[in-house]
Design a protein around this ligand. Structure first.
Ligand code: FDA
Length: 503
């Protein structure tokens, strides 16, 4: 807490005394830059001006996490966990506060996966990627799967902490809904399982956002059954082939489809790309589309039947016949700059708005909208069951801009595009507060302010972004934080502040 003075030399000494050599990287270590960059996904945060960690601890055992937290607490150096490094704002490896040193516990090497087919469960360590998890499950059983995100390089740790959704969300809800136990290191450096942390703390780590409630080392997941054959299709409907009409109708249809089907849309250039995963055979796809969305014109020729794990590859890499081992590729270097924002839509957006939105997609294709429909299982879970409150939305809308040029103009153009379109959509999306998804982290909506002395952030100020992510669940999250980390050791630009004592 504020009373603890910062002593970086003693902190590094503490790590050296209690950790094996070879897992602690200081800024003078030769491999520090490559260890740091290994899990960075966004080039926006690879600049000489980005404050980087004093130390990176590459944990290979849970005790390394404990030691780092304890040394940090004693010597006043805050610790940020990093699992897959996909944070949209880079908060797992950069800090906006250049004045205060921090350390990273990198969990990429803590990535064991133990699947138990008989009990349909798995223990997975936070540093595993979603691709490794899917691969590990499919290797043990072709009839089990897990309902998490689409990107195979996303880290299990950050993803589950923020909720996590993918193409089975309408049948099975959020990834975090399927967490049945977890092992974490708390702010006192204790290793706790679900029973030891208690139900409030366990509630908070399943969607309350990473980096606030401790460092989750491993998770016990309930796996879900998948059919032997699933069906995918992708159809393109350009603007001049009634894409606006189809988008308008899609908003009514997609959240009401049978749970076995998801029909998401990617809007890019002058084109709406409708992508679907159906947990069953092509005959089911055709029957459903004929009854509910004949205008889309999906035919048997559009269907591709495959196994569930092949569908994971299909959506990750757009194509068939790719080797499963591609799911194990974590990548080693960031390849793009990007900015994302998000909304939740509760009322269908009028056709005229879709029509005028096309003018935003004239340029070079480097900006897109991804529409992920809810309904099904999502709609039948109470908004307070986990910290993720947006269960009743028709769909999630993600704005995503990316670019490859290292120039200020490119950055301004693309950041401006994402922000501009987001601004334009304001009248048509959730209000009071306007929602956002914590896994698509966006510092535009507000950041914690620790003041010059670093004493603490204002709960009232944090409500502005906190209620966008968590609505009424924000207060409960802050109450949990006050209980489990009252001195706010685990802190970042959008971590949950402790709820101030009443009266
Ligand atoms: P990272 O390691 O950067 O951590 C994110 C945050 O959680 C940081 O604040 C970090 O400190 C904290 N944290 C990390 N590990 C922790 C741990 N073990 N315990 C406690 N806190 C921890 N989302 C989605 O729902 N569906 C999707 O399909 C996709 N697809 C996707 C594709 C791509 C290419 C990107 C870049 C991102 C996504 N996402 C997504 C968003 C993704 O779910 C989100 O960025 C996750 O937080 C990333 O988790 P990582 O572990 O990779 O991030």
């Amino acid at each position: 807490d504020a009373a603890t003075s910062v002593n970086t030399t003693d902190f590094v000494g503490c790590l050296a005394a209690h950790l094996p050599p070879g897992i602690v990287y200081t800024q003078s270590s030769e491999s520090y830059p490559s260890v740091l960059e290994f899990s960075i996904k966004n080039l926006r945060f690879v600049t000489p001006a980005t404050p980087t960690p004093l130390v990176i601890v590459k944990a290979t055992h849970a005790t390394h996490v404990k030691v780092t937290v304890r040394c940090g607490a004693v010597h006043g150096v805050r610790v940020r966990p990093r699992s897959g490094g996909h944070d949209y704002e880079g908060l797992s490896y950069r800090s906006l506060d250049a004045a205060r040193p921090f350390a990273i516990v990198d969990l990429a090497a803590l990535r064991a996966i133990r699947v138990d087919v008989r009990s349909r469960s798995a223990w997975v360590e936070s540093g595993a990627t979603l691709g490794e998890l899917y691969y590990g499950i499919a290797n043990k059983s072709a009839r089990l799967g897990f309902p998490a995100g689409v990107g195979p390089t996303v880290g299990v740790g950050g993803h589950l902490c923020g909720g996590g959704f993918g193409l089975m969300l309408r049948k099975h809800g959020l990834a975090a809904d399927h967490v049945v136990d977890a092992v974490m290191v708390d702010a006192k450096g204790r290793l706790l399982d679900r029973a030891a942390m208690g139900e409030d703390h366990f509630w908070a780590i399943r969607g309350g956002g990473g980096g606030s409630f401790g460092i989750v080392v491993s998770w016990k997941l309930r796996l879900v059954r998948v059919p032997a054959t699933v069906t995918v299709f992708t159809v393109h409907r350009p603007r001049n082939q009634s894409a606006s009409d189809l988008l308008t109708k899609w908003q009514h249809v997609a959240p009401a489809l049978p749970r076995e089907m998801i029909l998401r849309v990617v809007v890019q250039n002058q084109d709406a790309q409708f992508e679907s995963l159906y947990l069953g055979r092509c005959t089911g796809v055709i029957a459903t589309m004929t009854e509910m969305f004949p205008e889309l014109g999906v035919t048997r020729r559009d269907c591709i039947e495959m196994s569930w794990i092949e569908s994971v590859l299909y959506f990750a890499f757009y194509g068939t016949g790719k080797p499963k081992e591609m799911l194990l590729d974590r990548g080693t270097k960031p390849d793009r700059y990007f900015k994302g924002k998000s909304d939740f839509v509760h009322e269908p957006i009028p056709r005229g708005v879709w029509e005028s939105t096309w003018s935003w997609f004239l340029e070079d294709g480097a900006g897109l909208l991804i529409l992920d429909p809810f309904g099904g299982r999502m709609g039948s879970v109470a908004p307070s069951a986990t910290p993720f409150p947006h269960r009743r939305a028709l769909y999630n809308m993600q704005y995503y801009g990316f670019w490859f040029d290292n120039t200020t103009e490119a950055s301004e153009q693309h950041m401006g595009w994402v922000r501009g379109l987001h601004r334009e959509m304001e009248p048509y999306v959730s209000k009071s507060p306007r929602g956002a998804y914590v896994n698509y982290k966006d510092l535009d909506i507000g950041v914690n302010d620790y003041g010059g002395d670093g004493a603490g952030t204002s709960y009232e100020k944090a409500r502005v972004w906190g209620e966008a992510y968590f609505k009424d669940n924000f207060e409960r999250l802050a109450a949990v934080k006050a209980k489990v980390d009252p001195s706010d050791f685990f802190r970042n630009e959008q971590s949950i502040p402790p709820l101030p004592l009443q009266g």
